[in-house]
Design a protein around this ligand. Structure first.
Ligand SMILES: Cc1cc2nc3c(=O)[nH]c(=O)nc-3n(C[C@H](O)[C@H](O)[C@H](O)COP(=O)(O)OP(=O)(O)OC[C@H]3O[C@@H](n4cnc5c(N)ncnc54)[C@H](O)[C@@H]3O)c2cc1C
Ligand SMILES: *[C@@H]1O[C@H](CO)[C@@H](O)[C@H](O)[C@H]1NC(C)=O
Ligand SMILES: *[C@@H]1O[C@H](CO)[C@@H](O)[C@H](O)[C@H]1NC(C)=O
Ligand SMILES: *[C@@H]1O[C@H](CO)[C@@H](O)[C@H](O)[C@H]1NC(C)=O
Length: 535
């Protein structure tokens, strides 16, 4: 016993000496970076453009306040060697990195730390954003810093019959999105964005540049859905398979209010939407006393109408609802409305960036009873500071992919995903809006998935739990299961084992990164126990 304790204490001392505590030398780190990276790609806190570069892709100003823990410098790489240098210098001088692609992280973890204790540098990939489409092979190489809008645009310009199944918001970054799954209007036909990744280029914690073969099966598996915490390294680019779309698609939106009988319609939608033909996706945005059924059909209005009459007559879809267009036009139409042009999806600042928000998510595997929907409308959505609920139906292709195929486990048996969101406009507000999301989440518990209650990793929420770092900077796998199994279910363990292989020292870490699970597990328990004891 005593010798175990002595060893634990020794490990504590050794690991805190070599790890990233107060010994970190940000000055030496900057000297190291300057030797490898051109000056104009480095921004220290004293640079005149530091604040604007930091803010450039921030979507949620909640994490740009005077008390936000911001990076000690920002690197804006223009090629892979700059990213490799940042990792090598960071390792050498005890400075961690956070990686940002599109900056849409719901908790801002790509550019801020929830804790003040450790200096970190930001690697902002916005300058690495090329998209190279091969029409013949129906594939594309896309850099992480590209936006979904840039990817969609490049594909559709190469061929009007090709598309990519990813999220709705065109300013979302490819890097984070593919790392966590990624779904949008083509989900039911083609599954997740990350299901279409066939190769990737990763900079690992040693600063090596690895492709699919070099990184190995476990890591290539892990980065396709389990990488949204940046846990496995920095993915620079992705090779993706493209999918086929017809020349004409049909978008339609039908709004139903409580007076129109929305409670009954929505109760029925839960069974209907996940079972519709794969060419059709009907999602719901419930706000106030109205639900909008926002839809995309991969075909013409003529072909759509009989499908809707057969499967969902309650929605009353008629020719007047149909908007026929190309798939690319549907991207701007669905996210930005009829006034937007397809070029607007290239605009990185097109979304209102002054909106503060809080969100979280659930998965539903059994229909929620009608009386619960009635209560949601009469009580929750009617409150003065209410937000909205977005329901995305699964089924189709999603039901045919085993849960272990990728880290993303919410597949067979899922009826739909719920996203709870609320917004406010000024710093200092938001308490009531945040409470609404948390209280509704608590209310929903009996009605959603259980053991674990599932959540979508790309809708990151630190309320679900954070890593617990014990003595010597060692992260507890057991404690991380609280949030990790909500995102990844049984795949969390395999992710943690993959992490131990590629980054055993846990260099790439944050509040919700995958902890390494390997030989050090026993030590982890011992070290934490010892520290608990002397506290
Ligand atoms: C307005 C809005 C709309 C959205 N719509 C959808 C939607 O329709 N469908 C959907 O599925 N999701 C949607 N999302 C969620 C979105 O998919 C995630 O927030 C996604 O992680 C954002 O990726 P990013 O590159 O923009 O974010 P970032 O903030 O840059 O990164 C997110 C996380 O991934 C890590 N990361 C980023 N790039 C890399 C990289 N290259 N290598 C390793 N790690 C990296 C970051 O460190 C961070 O932990 C939406 C989000 C917002 C804000
Ligand atoms: C990357 O940029 C550096 C300049 O910082 C240059 O010396 C190097 O040749 C570039 N590497 C590649 C592969 O383009
Ligand atoms: C992008 O959108 C913003 C906000 O709507 C607008 O002010 C700006 O002019 C747009 N930029 C381009 C290039 O269209
Ligand atoms: C580590 O601790 C956790 C909880 O304290 C326990 O469940 C687990 O079995 C321990 N693991 C080992 C290897 O001792």
């Amino acid at each position: 016993m005593a010798s175990w304790r002595t060893m634990a204490l020794a490990m504590l001392v050794i690991s805190s000496f070599f790890s990233f505590s107060s010994y970190a030398s940000s000055h030496d780190f900057l000297v190291c970076l300057s030797a490898a990276i051109p000056e104009q790609l480095l921004f220290t806190r004293s640079s005149p453009s530091f604040a604007s570069v930091l803010a450039s892709s921030v979507r949620n100003p909640r994490f740009l306040t005077p008390t936000t823990v911001t990076p000690l410098c920002i690197v804006t790489p223009t090629n892979a060697s700059h990213v490799q240098a940042a990792v090598v210098c960071g390792r050498r001088h005890g400075v961690r990195l956070r990686v940002r692609s599109g900056g849409h992280d719901y908790e801002g973890l790509s550019y801020r730390s929830a804790r003040a204790e450790q200096p970190f540098a930001l690697v902002d990939l916005a300058g690495l954003r090329s998209v190279r489409v091969s029409r013949r092979a129906a594939t594309a190489w896309v850099d992480s810093g590209a936006t979904l809008g840039e990817l969609y645009y490049a594909i559709a310009k190469a061929s009007g019959r090709l598309a990519f199944p990813a999220g709705l918001c065109p300013t979302v970054g490819v890097g984070g999105h593919l790392s966590g799954g990624g779904f949008g209007m083509l989900l039911r036909k083609y599954g997740l964005a990350t299901d279409h990744v066939v190769d990737a280029v990763l900079v690992d914690a040693e600063g090596r540049l690895l492709d699919r073969n070099a990184m190995g099966r476990d890591v290539f598996w892990a980065i396709r859905g389990g990488g949204v915490g940046g846990s496995f390294g920095v993915v620079l680019s992705w090779r993706v398979k493209l999918v086929a779309v017809p020349p004409t698609v049909t978008a339609f939106t039908v709004a139903k209010s409580v007076e129109d009988g929305v409670v009954d319609i929505l109760t029925k939608w839960q069974e209907v939407a996940p079972a519709l033909p794969e060419d059709l996706l009907v999602r719901v945005i419930a706000e106030g006393q109205v639900a909008s059924f926002q839809s995309l059909y991969l075909g013409t209005c003529d072909a759509l109408l009989p499908v809707m009459r057969r499967h969902f007559p309650e929605l009353g879809v008629n020719r007047g609802h149909c908007k026929e267009m190309t798939w690319l036009q549907s991207v701007s139409y669905i996210y930005m409305g009829g006034g937007a042009s397809v070029e607007d999806i290239l605009n990185r600042t097109a979304v209102e960036d002054a909106v503060f928000s809080k969100a979280t998510s659930d998965y539903v595997r059994e229909s929620i009873p009608r009386d619960v929907w009635a209560e949601i409308f009469t009580s929750w959505l009617a409150k003065p500071n209410a937000g909205l609920m977005i329901l995305d139906p699964y089924g189709g292709k999603m039901a045919g992919v085993p849960d272990s195929e990728t880290p993303f486990p919410h597949r067979r048996g899922v009826l739909y995903n719920i996203q709870y969101m609320n917004f406010w406009r000024a710093a200092g507000e938001g308490a009531a809006q945040t409470a609404w999301v948390r209280d509704l989440y608590a209310f929903m518990e009996p009605h959603v998935s259980k053991h674990p209650r599932e959540a979508y990793a790309n809708y990151r929420d630190l309320d679900l739990g954070e890593n617990v770092v014990g003595g010597g900077g060692i992260m507890s796998y057991e404690a991380s299961r609280v949030w990790g199994e909500k995102y990844y279910k049984g795949n969390f363990r395999r992710l943690a084992m993959g992490k131990a292989k590629i980054d055993p020292d846990n260099y790439f870490r944050n509040e919700q990164s995958i902890p390494p699970l390997g030989d050090q597990l026993i030590l982890t328990n011992m070290t934490v126990a010892y520290v608990d004891h002397i506290d």
